[in-house]
Design a protein around this ligand. Sequence first.
Ligand code: ZN
Length: 291
Amino acid sequence: MAAVSLLVLVGAVVLAVSFRYFYRRELLPWLPPNTSLVSWRLDGLERAPQALFDFWRYGDSGYRRKKIIALTFDDGPYPLYTPLLLDILKHYKVKATFFVVGIHVREFPALARQIVADGHEIANHTNRHRRERDLSQEELREEVLGCEQAILDVTGQRPRCFRPAGGNLSDEGIQTIQNLGYTSCNATVNPGDWWQRDPDKLIEWSFHGRSREGVTLMHSGALGIVRALPGYINSLRAKGFEFVTLSELAHDIGQPLPELPKRTHIAEPSKAGPNPGLGSPIPEADDEYAP
Ligand SMILES: [Zn+2]
């Protein structure tokens, strides 16, 4: 009787561990448009049994897929932290994606140009880091176009990815940015670098939810991630990950990001003028879908 109970227990543990593995593996590399964090996780839960069954039936067909990760840095460019991040990325030969804020691009144009010159991807994170909940759809549109114009004026680049300030968009907001030709590029890993200052904790938490592909949310103005980044890059490399930009990741998983359409409407440069301090303050704890 004891032997049977032990067998059942071992079986249950094996099943639970494999289910967890396939759940993580089946998570999407970023939140697709119209998906909340909760439904994204439920989606992984729904597909995990099928992945487990496929593994048992056909072998692990995804086994040879590359392990790739896109590091993303939001809210900059900032003096002080952005140059440090760029130095570290250059030293470790890592290409990342910077979701920049339009007024910061105009305030620190040399930093925006350095991001592009170093081979990183530059992406749209609104003109003044205003959240959709505080805006009409027309104002959201102006925020997106204002940032796009700042990036174009300063770097000559046209971004393809948009990430909302604060991380959330309503269905209506998603429609607005899609109408402008953008793909909503959220993150799958949110280590909380804007308040967590312990590099070991940051590295440990960054692995939560890791599957073969991932997009890590970090911030251009956070000291924690500057300290943690070298160790983070090394530990991901040791686990076999390659670092890519968001466009490269999208291409690799067969969902290439479309080019933006030609605009007839040219957004005016922000009338608010540059921010007098060192960029905007670091986001607060309730930002960026904080845990
Ligand atoms: Zn942000």
